[in-house]
Structures are given as C-alpha cells and as structure tokens.
Design a binder for this molecule. Sequence first.
Ligand code: LHQ
Length: 262
Amino acid sequence: MTPEDTVLTAVEDGVLRLTLNRPDKLNSFNDDMHRALYAGFERARDDDEIRAVLLTGSGRGFSAGQDLGDRDPRNGRADLGHTIETFYNPLLRLIRSLEKPVICAVNGVAAGAGANIAFACDIVLAAGSAKFIEAFAKIGLVPDSGGTWWLPRILGEPRAKALALTAEPLMADQAAEWGLIWRAVPDETLMDEATALAQKLAAGPTVGLGLTKRLIQDAATNDLDTQLDLERDAQREAGNSDDYAEGVTAFLEKRAPAFRGR
Ligand code: LHQ
C-alpha cells in the first residue's frame, strides 16, 4: 500500500469523500495515514469546488485510533506529546476551522483518537452496530484529540468521566440519545444516508453554513454579548453573499434555490 492509499479520496457532486483505508488494522493511524488525511482536509479547505466533506472508514471499523504497533514502548519510549503536536492537534484544528460542513459516517468501532476525531466532525451518523470507546485508560493514556474538551461539554462531567475512566464501549444509539452524535441508523443504510446528507449540504449556501459552524463553535467559549456581536458581523458577511441573494429571490419566486457556494 502506498502512503496515499491509506486514505481513499473521491469527489462527487461537491462532496469530498475521505475513506480511512487500513482495514486490516481497523484504520488505526500510522504516520502515512495522518499525512494523507491532513492533505485531504487541506484540499477541502483550498478547493472551492468542494463544499462538504464525508469522512468514513473502510472495512468493519471506523478507526481504532493510534496504531499502537507504531508507538511500541518496547522499542524505546517515544514522546507522545510530539505525536500529538505533529499530527493530531493540527488535524483537529483543521477540521474545526474548515468553513465547510464535515459529515462523519462511523461505519464500525471508533476507539481512542478515532472516536474523538469523529466527535470533532460537524454531523456524525453512525451505524447501529458501531461503538465508541475512549480506549485511552486501557493503556495508561489520557483522552486526546479534543476528547477532554467536548465530552464534558456535551455529556456533563459524570458521563464524560465514566466513559474516559472505564473505557467502556458506548453503542451508537446511546451516543445519539446522549447527544454525542446526530443519529444512529441501520448499518445497511449508513452510507446512503450519509452521502445524501453530504450532497444536500454541498448544494447549500456554503458561506452561510461555514459561518454558522464557526459561530456555534465560538459560542462554547464566549459570553452572550460577544456572541451577539459575532452574529451581527457574520450576518453582514452572509448577507453579502450571492447565495443570500439567490435564496431570497428563489423564495419570492416560489422555486428551489440554486446555491453556488459564493
Ligand atoms: C490495531 C489497533 C491499534 C494497531 C486494532 N493499533 N493495531 C496518541 C498519541 C500517541 C500514541 C498513542 O495514542 C494516541 C491516541 C490513541 O488513539 S490511544 C488509543 C489507541 N487505541 C486503542 O487503544 C484501541 C486498541 N484496539 C482495541 O482495543 C480493539 O482492537 C478494538 C476494541 C478497537 C476492536 O476490537 P476487535 O473488534 O476485537 O478487533 P481486534 O482487536 O481483533 O483488531 C483487529 C485487528 O486490528 C487486529 O490485528 P490482527 O492482525 O490481530 O488481526 C488488531 O491488532 C488491529 N488493531 N486496533 N490501535
């Protein structure tokens, strides 16, 4: 497998599909896959034709987090902070700062950083058989890839601590019930539903969607006054977009809008 093959990429109808592709290792991350995934999100950031991203995994898992064979302490102790700084943190920042919707289709087990990368995406659909595992405690590590940031925010401390301290699996329907993901769907319809959602968003008003994503994320650390000001500024920008003009015109003309993402 070449380094590029570790993430399959395809563009259709404005959607960049990124498929983690180390199925024999449950799509755990080696350095090649890190670089390929980061490059995929850079492409999404830089290419105006791409208006949504769909992230999924090949085979029976989504991702089992870090490839532990690549960080085997029997071969000498590596600086894991360096791994985080070099690979995981830049990826998380890129996903969160990308002003286009990122849909994640969790096709199977998502463990360790694999789970938290999924939670970083904007809309997460999971196969009913998928499970999420904050596996870090099993190997003496702490949750990374933003896990300690969003788990308590979304779930509250009691559930966040229980998941992180016990590393017990959380099934997809429970994750949906707790608000960690958008929906759990039947295994056999996951990819169709995720693709339809990604295509719908890719045909949407990209400027407004991107600003909406940013505002909602910023709200986590802002007070209301600050947020009201940010909404004003974002609405000014959205109101200057071609898609706003098209959206209102289409409404008044009683037809479907044809957004162009500008
Ligand atoms: C794997 C892995 C894996 C390699 C399954 N690596 N081969 C950041 C900074 C730096 C270093 C450390 O980490 C981090 C962030 C992290 O992500 S830490 C958390 C790392 N991940 C884990 O601890 C999860 C380890 N995997 C598991 O606990 C299980 O594989 C799960 C529960 C995910 C799935 O269990 P099963 O469905 O029973 O599958 P399996 O265990 O049989 O795995 C299938 C194959 O995949 C197997 O290989 P084999 O050659 O025996 O068929 C596993 O060795 C391989 N694999 N995870 N992380």
